[in-house]
Ligand binder design. Structure first.
Ligand SMILES: [Zn+2]
Length: 410
């Protein structure tokens, strides 16, 4: 009797899955998928194995187990934030390396539509295995990493000034052993008028065939960023904190003339990538507003999420994107800078798009209208009438965040 029931149960469930090839169907959303040049109202079907199955108009809702009405909402690839700090750990004196500076990704990502982060150099070749074991392998968020050129990673203080711990061969070896997970090399926080750290980071990047991301630490007087862009970095290398204005580091906008410096435009033509990396003190409106007004948009919008930025002016990826919306960057360019551009920058072209067969990482966003304030750490404030909010996030075909119960919760 028991076998008999199981047999019918099997037939019943098998027929269900035959009848419904899609686990999720998102209907009538405004789909923005820059890679595929889609900016239109479309439906998106997700297969039972968590991949994008179809993007088309009027897909039959009977084909899906779960139908989500996205009318009036924006549907994009899961957002890709390529500057975060996630190597959180118990060691109080180790800053962003297994210390108190980082945050666990899942607590911050899905509620902002982010499905992929790239930790920006919290770990180095000596410490990456622990980061992988404790965070990367235990997160629902897809966590990738830029490997610090310093072997210890962002351990703080004197550790990050040790040029003798910047070993391009060792860094490249660990990067090559973790293809697709280690997606770049990071140089950060170095204080000194010395090009050796930048050149060693580039040497590691060349050996591992991955880009370098530079947080130009600073010196007094500052090293020339013109030389950095035109003589030291390669096309495809990434200048993060691009709208910072600090006394120890040159800025991209001449704030007196309110203009992007000519050599910055030349650097962009050469292929240097400009990434936001908002952070605690790494973004100022006095830099960003003239840049956006002149059409100089960042290639990628990233947060530099850490304990020092999460509750300040930065907040989260959508808050940073909202600032660019209010400054006048157009919606498609903002989505491009949060999906397809960062995916390409880290050579993960499988991400940041809604192509058929891609992992179904999807963000469903709304643009709220009202009166909102946006400030930077200096207190400079602008007001706007729009901001992004995340309605739902889907990671590999699973609903991992649902703000208002858009799914039929049973
Ligand atoms: Zn950072």
């Amino acid at each position: 009797m028991r076998t008999f029931i199981s047999f019918f149960a099997l037939i019943f469930f098998a027929s269900l899955s035959w009848a419904q090839p899609y686990s999720i169907l998102i209907k009538n959303g405004h789909v923005i998928d820059p890679k595929n040049n889609i900016d239109a109202v479309m439906d998106i079907a997700v297969s039972n194995n968590g991949k994008i199955a179809q993007v088309a108009k009027d897909i039959d809702p009977k084909q899906a187990t779960q139908v989500i009405d996205a009318k009036g909402l924006i549907v994009t690839p899961g957002l890709v934030d390529i500057h975060t700090h996630n190597f959180v750990g118990p060691n109080a004196d180790q800053a962003y390396m297994n210390g108190p500076g980082g945050v666990l990704p899942d607590g911050f990502t899905f509620r902002s539509g982010v499905t992929t982060v790239a930790d920006a150099g919290s770990s180095g070749w000596r410490t990456f295995p622990e980061f992988k074991k404790n965070v990367i392998d235990r997160s629902q968020t897809r966590v990738l990493a830029f490997l610090n050129i310093v072997g210890e990673g962002m351990r703080g203080g004197a550790y990050e000034q040790r040029v003798d711990d910047m070993d391009p061969s060792a860094a490249a070896l660990v990067a090559r052993a973790n293809p697709g997970v280690i997606v770049g090399i990071k140089l950060a926080h170095f204080v000194g008028a010395d090009w050796t750290p930048a050149d060693r980071a580039v040497a590691a990047g060349t050996k591992a065939n991955i880009p370098v991301m530079v947080d130009f630490g600073g010196s007094t007087p500052p090293l020339s960023i013109e030389d950095l862009f035109l003589k030291h970095l390669r096309p495809g290398d990434i200048f993060t904190h691009c709208f910072a204005q600090l006394t120890t580091r040159e800025s991209v906008v001449d704030s007196a003339a309110q203009k992007v410096k000519p050599f910055v435009l030349e650097a962009r033509k050469r292929g240097i990538i400009f990434d936001v990396g908002y952070g605690g003190i790494s973004f100022r409106f006095v830099q960003a507003i003239p840049a956006i007004k002149s059409g100089f948009f960042p290639n990628s919008i990233s947060t530099d999420l850490h304990t020092g930025s999460m509750n300040g002016a930065m907040k989260d990826e959508l808050s940073v994107m909202s600032k660019f919306l209010v400054m006048g960057m157009d919606l498609v360019s903002i989505i491009t800078a949060s999906t397809w551009n960062p995916a390409r920058e880290i050579k993960r072209e499988d991400l940041g798009n809604l192509s058929v067969g891609a992992d179904a990482d999807i963000a469903i966003l709304t643009i709220r209208e009202g009166k909102f304030g946006f400030f930077d750490y200096t207190g400079y404030k602008i007001e706007g009438n729009k901001k992004f909010e995340c309605e739902m996030t889907i990671r590999s075909g699973k609903i991992v965040y649902d703000l208002n119960g858009l799914a039929n919760v049973r």
